[in-house]
Design a protein around this ligand. Structure first.
Ligand code: PLP
Length: 398
């Protein structure tokens, strides 16, 4: 490695808190589906900053919209209205069919808001403060205390206990395990429509439909976390749209801003009218004009460029190529996923494969120890998929 890059990495490690074991490259710029490090080495990017850069790097319309907004106004606080937030909220409503939007600065914050809305809804009904939320094993909802408390990974959670309390964990895609935890205190069920960090597990239609029916019967709120699987990644703007199951509350982030930090939680009118009211929740930055320009522009471009339809087409091709790869390599246990959210489970840790790929100019990430995760920019082409498979194949052989 060149001396300059090595020196930068040493500087980073002496200044930043060591909460990540980072790959040993310093990224500099991006173009389409390619990234370049500061030495000019080119990488095909199948990680997209963890499912963030849906439109790829350097989209002219997106960049120009942000630059223009920077020159106008980037922040107002929520004491006043601003046009980009109005535009972004209208577009999100139209895209999701949900009724009310609250903008946050991150995914974890969107989950926090969803939890507060669910607790307040239940509190308004019976005045009690002991409501329970059912979450899933192997789930991931973020690192803040509330989001962490509903994250079904003891390794992330245990050092920071006690969490917010009254959380029960069921098994994903096992309806009976959910039903067994329901009681008169249950106020919400929270799950990812496709589990991301936990290893790329899509919900079965049967599971989601039964949970929806159970929630309807008992007036329990269904919270779907669409932070990773939403925004077109599965071939539908939101993954639940494929199942015909609609949540009461939904979270979004990651690709919603395509690189500008922003998230949102949305709810139907029933929850909107009977949960968070003036003074109940807030944020200084959330919904600022810069972040909302990103959201509004991303949604506009998704529509104009028919991104979900493109994802269905390229996603099917990625599935086919990964299935072929799996058939030819004994170390591959299974391919799972939907659209451009795919996972390849190996019979061994995937760390060495990802490092070998990086060396050869391909950026991949894992989802747990044994799963390679494929979350490229949604604009990838079949040729990009072929290029990725070509490199990955040589890394699996080694
Ligand atoms: C990434 C992620 C989060 C957390 O989002 P942050 O922006 O990192 O706080 C929550 N839920 C899911 C499903 C995620 O993939």
């Amino acid at each position: 490695m060149a001396e300059y890059m090595q020196r930068l990495i040493e500087d980073a490690e002496s200044a930043l808190l060591h909460t990540y074991n980072r790959y040993q490259i310093v990224l500099d710029r991006g173009e389409g589906v390619y990234l370049y490090d500061i030495e000019g080495k080119k990488y095909l990017d199948f990680a997209a900053g963890i499912a963030v850069f849906a439109l790829g790097y350097g989209n002219r319309i997106y960049n120009d919209a942000l630059k223009a907004q920077i020159d106008k106004l980037t922040h107002t606080s929520n004491y006043y209205y601003n046009v980009p937030a109005i535009e972004a909220a209208k577009r999100l409503k139209a895209a999701s069919g949900m009724d009310r939007v609250f903008f946050t600065n991150s995914g974890a914050e969107a989950v926090e808001g969803a939890i507060k809305a669910a607790r307040k809804y239940a509190w308004l009904k019976d005045g009690k403060a002991d409501h329970e939320i059912i979450a899933m094993n192997h789930s991931f909802h973020g690192r803040t205390m509330g989001a962490l408390s509903v994250t079904g990974n003891p390794k992330y959670r245990e050092p920071f206990e006690p969490g917010i309390g009254n959380i029960r964990f069921a098994d994903y895609n096992d309806f009976d395990s959910v039903a067994a935890l329901v009681n008169e205190k249950t106020c919400a069920v929270i799950l990812e429509t496709v589990q991301g960090e936990g290893g790329i597990y899509p919900a079965t239609e049967d599971f989601l439909k039964k949970i929806r029916a159970l929630c309807d019967e008992k007036d329990i709120l269904l919270i779907l976390d669409e932070i990773q699987c939403g925004m077109g990644r599965t071939g539908y703007l939101f993954a639940w749209q494929k199942y015909g199951v609609k949540p009461d509350i939904m979270t979004a982030a990651k690709a919603i801003g395509c690189g500008v930090p922003v998230g949102a939680f949305l709810m139907n009118e029933k929850v909107g009218q009977h949960s968070l009211a003036a003074g109940d929740h807030g944020t200084t930055y959330g919904g600022n004009p810069l972040a909302c320009t990103a959201v509004a522009t991303v949604l506009e471009l998704f529509e104009k460029e028919c991104i979900p339809a493109h994802v269905r087409e390229v996603g099917a091709y990625l599935e086919k190529r990964l299935d072929e790869l799996a058939a030819g390599h004994a170390c591959v246990r299974e391919r799972r996923g939907a659209g451009l959210l795919q996972g390849l489970e190996l019979d061994r840790p995937v760390g060495p494969v990802i490092l070998a790929a990086l060396e050869k100019g391909l950026i991949l990430i894992n989802a747990g120890t044994n799963v390679i995760r494929f979350v490229p920019p949604l604009i990838v082409t079949q040729e990009n998929v072929d290029e990725m498979i070509g490199i990955l194949e040589t890394c699996l052989e080694g």
